[in-house]
Design a protein around this ligand. Sequence first.
Ligand code: BGP
Length: 481
Amino acid sequence: MMTQQFPEDFLWGAASAAYQIEGAATTDGKGPSIWDTFVQQPGKTKNGTTGELAVDHYHRFHEDVALMAQAGLKAYRFSIAWSRILPDGEGVVNQAGIQFYSDLIDDLLQHGIQPVVTLYHWDLPQALQDRYNGWESRALIPLFERYCHILFEAFGDRVTYWVTFNEQNVFTSLGYRWASHPPNVSNVKRMYAANHVINLANATAINLFHKLVPNGSIGPSFGYGYVAPESAHPLDILAAHDANQLNNDWWLDVYCRGQYPQKILTLLQQLNLAFDITDADQALLKSAKPDFIGINYYHGGTVKRPAVNQQPTADKSFTKIDPYLMAADTQDDSLESHLFQSVSNPYLEKTEWGWEIDPIGFQIALRTVYERYQLPIFVTENGLGAFDTLTADRQINDDYRINYLNDHLLQLQAAIAAGVPVIGYCAWSFTDLLSWLNGYSKRYGFVYIDRDDHDAKQLTRIPKKSFYWYQNVIQNNGESL
Ligand code: BGP
């Protein structure tokens, strides 16, 4: 392993999202989001879990920030709930919502922790879904712009790093294709149309930010997974190339170059899945450039050539869900089935949820993204979901998490040595929190939260072994890895 110092100002951090930690779903004037509503439907989440209370960060953020300071964090990434700021998504501003985030930001800064603010981590105000059909309507673009305007004005003097959309690739495919997230739609054509509107909203927000907060930095956070070929057969290599284009370049090219990859556009047309792109859209996409690329890395994928060389026909059925790879079963007639088939990688171990563990893939991801776009990278999420055990003497010995994070950070270090400018690393997550569909037992945190799906107990915070490990890593700026 090449050794290379982490930069002196490297932002060692951790991340969260409003719906997954805050609770206080109806407190102080907050309006409902599509997640508040979605989880009320029976069978949507494990044991019917919701974020109504979550880990009650809304009322305990001082305690949580004190723990972050104890860990020595240099950065903390969190998201703002749009419906806390604007309960209806538009109209009257809820000052109590502004105050909450203002207090959180001040508390972080007082402890020397950089706030990293995500503008949108999936919790669209329900009112906007009801009135406009959510992201399927271009009406959302100026509404998102106004919401951003309010936040840039309120916090732009105190917050340097901003994330526009969290994992647009994941929330559009799970929300509009697989119907496992709100708005619970299963229609590929609508997914691509909504995705285009979100791209326009992203570009609009970036342009506004550059006007209002010229000294700040903004970028999207993308759920990136490098796709490898199953073999050296040229058809498998081609399949991997196409899969990377469909799963990664499809978004990153738009963010960074303002244009969609042509091959995929053509295929969408052939399959009658195309969406409208006006000249004004093209000009807008070209005009906005992020200052960094946020990368959320959990795993990549492996593919082989498509089963048969099918002629494109209209898209029909989808049966398999993988949020990081828009993977397709071999039998269906989806877009992917014309390009590749996903296979499992025999060289990699998997988490208890079947996610491949691939630290070297992390280095490849960082290098590929930088080599393609030449923008600094901020790792805005990476972590291990696991069942943790609280021992009788109230310890959590999560050596598996330490190993996972250590291995990934060594690969991040190798990417830095290979010339990739990495601004920081936010582990997912700081405290345990609600895993969207998996309840409270899929844990990611450095801090254990004593609650389960059925009983919120006292929500006591208990630092895990990994907390002290990370504290040490931060203290010596990565030398102990
Ligand atoms: C990312 C999301 C996070 C977080 C993480 C872990 O996709 O941005 O919000 O949830 O994945 O996912 P999960 O909770 O499903 O294990």
